[in-house]
Design a protein around this ligand. Structure first.
Ligand SMILES: NC(=O)c1ccc[n+]([C@@H]2O[C@H](COP(=O)([O-])OP(=O)(O)OC[C@H]3O[C@@H](n4cnc5c(N)ncnc54)[C@H](OP(=O)(O)O)[C@@H]3O)[C@@H](O)[C@H]2O)c1
Length: 119
C-alpha cells in the first residue's frame, strides 16, 4: 500500500512517515522540490554545492534517504536527466541540517490547499 503526501526538505511529516512505515505502508513524496520553492533556498543550495549536485538532486536524494518514494515533476528533458542522478549519499550531519529546515512559502502556489496548510 502507498500513501502519497506532501514531503520535502523544509516540510516533512516525520510522525506520519514513521506511522506508515510501522504499518508497512510506503510513503510517496509529492512535490519533493517543494513545487520549485527549494530552488532558491540558501542553506539547501550551500549543501548541494558541497556535494557537487543540483538542489533538485539533493532534494530528491533527501526523500530517498528517508525511505520515501519521490514523485518529482519536470517539463524539461534536461532536468529529468539531472533528477535521475541521485546515486550519492547524504551524511547524517547534513540530513540533520536538512531535517531542521523550514519551508512554508510556496509563492503563487500558496493559494492551493495542498500548499496552504489546509490539507
Ligand atoms: N496528491 C496530491 O495532492 C498532489 C499535489 C501536488 C502534486 N502532486 C504530484 O506530485 C508531482 C510533483 O509535484 P510538483 O510539480 O509540485 O513537483 P516538484 O518536483 O516539487 O517541483 C516541480 C518544479 O520544479 C522544477 N524542476 C524540477 N526539476 C528541476 C531541475 N532539475 N532543475 C530546475 N528545476 C526543476 C520544475 O520546473 P521544470 O518543469 O522547468 O523543470 C517545476 O517548476 C505532480 O506531478 C503531481 O502529480 C500530487
Amino acid at each position: 500500500m502507498v500513501n502519497q503526501v506532501l514531503a520535502h526538505i523544509g516540510n516533512t511529516p516525520f510522525e506520519l512517515i514513521a506511522y506508515a512505515a510501522d504499518k508497512g505502508i510506503l510513503t510517496e513524496a509529492y512535490s519533493p522540490i517543494a513545487h520549485g520553492a527549494l530552488l532558491g533556498h540558501d542553506a539547501v543550495s550551500a549543501i548541494a554545492e558541497r556535494y557537487g549536485v543540483s538542489v533538485p538532486q539533493l532534494s530528491i536524494r533527501y526523500t530517498l534517504e528517508l525511505g520515501l518514494l519521490p514523485l518529482p515533476k519536470t517539463a524539461n528533458p534536461a532536468h529529468m536527466k539531472d533528477n535521475a542522478g541521485v546515486d550519492f549519499a547524504i551524511s547524517d550531519a547534513d540530513m540533520a541540517t536538512l531535517r531542521a529546515q523550514r519551508v512554508n512559502d510556496y509563492g503563487e502556489a500558496n493559494m492551493f490547499p495542498v500548499y496552504g496548510g489546509k490539507l
